[in-house]
Design a protein around this ligand. Structure first.
Ligand SMILES: [Zn+2]
Length: 180
């Protein structure tokens, strides 16, 4: 028998959830354990990305399936009441996400989206595989742009004579970790 009544139980459970199993915390810990260092909730960047990896010029959003309208996801179903209100809200969120992604990409960032359902459900028992995918996407982001600078020394000054950015043929949609 439960030592708590129903109300107390749900209080306790929600506390545990918010402290230890919040999806972005899980992802952060896993990435940290693999040696990645990051900033969190960086307000200086569009959309305040959840995880920012400056070394890899990559940001990661951990999106709640409901709030960010994860298409085709069973964890993103719209409530039966007040449907119009929620649909409006989610459409607005999605538009905003798209704008932020566009801004970040134009600033040279690689944008990765990890959906909560992957952390909470789909990969719950095989989290290392999900993290493998995220890691691969981060490393791909780094290899995408290699800046080659060629300097020439002229009397007392160093002049940049050429700067090539080699871009590999990468489709940004490949970067998303949307394995189901
Ligand atoms: Zn989802």
């Amino acid at each position: 028998m439960d030592i708590w009544d129903k109300e107390k139980r749900s209080q306790v459970m929600s506390k545990i959830r918010s402290k230890n199993t919040r999806p972005e915390m899980i992802l952060r810990k896993a990435l940290f354990a693999r040696g990645f260092r990051y900033r969190v909730n960086d307000k200086r960047l569009p959309g305040t990305p959840d995880i920012v990896l400056p070394k890899y010029k990559t940001v990661i959003f951990v999106h709640g399936c409901f709030w960010h309208g994860h298409e085709g996801c069973k964890h993103a179903s719209t409530p039966k009441t007040n449907t119009e209100f929620w649909v409006d809200k989610i459409i607005t969120n999605k538009k905003r996400d798209k704008i932020h992604t566009g801004q970040l990409i134009s600033l040279g960032w690689t944008v990765l989206t990890v959906w909560e359902c992957d952390i909470r459900h789909n990969f719950k028992r095989d989290l290392p595989r999900l993290i493998d995918n995220v890691e691969a996407a981060i490393l791909r982001g780094k290899s995408k742009k290699i800046s080659i600078k060629i300097y020439e020394e002229r009397e007392n000054e160093v002049v940049l004579v050429a700067e090539d950015i080699v871009e590999y043929n990468q489709n940004p949609s490949d970067m998303k970790t949307e394995n189901h």
